[in-house]
Design a protein around this ligand. Structure first.
Ligand code: ZN
Ligand code: ZN
Length: 86
């Protein structure tokens, strides 16, 4: 799951996930910082906020606060079912 970013300065595209300068892909980042992830263009070293890069590549940052607990709840539920009926 890779998001292509286009540099606003030189119009080159590159993989945003590999050019993240500060946080962005770390869980809990958005709760600790107001600004989102920042990427650096590997071609001209221009630093800018990515348009396409999101946590996990497809989740909007605002959704993480409820998606992650929901996934954990599902995992716990599956473990509970397997323990009792497995
Ligand atoms: Zn360029
Ligand atoms: Zn560039």
């Amino acid at each position: 799951m890779q998001a292509l970013e286009v540099c606003p300065r030189c119009d080159h595209d590159f993989l945003g996930g590999k050019a993240v300068v500060s946080g962005g892909m770390r869980l809990g980042y958005y709760r600790l910082h107001d600004k989102g992830p920042v990427v650096r263009c590997p071609h001209c070293l221009h630093v800018f906020k990515p348009e396409n890069l999101r946590l996990f590549g497809f989740l909007h940052p605002d959704a993480v606060c409820w998606v992650v607990p929901a996934i954990l709840a599902v995992c716990v539920g599956i473990a509970f079912v397997q323990k009792n009926w497995g």
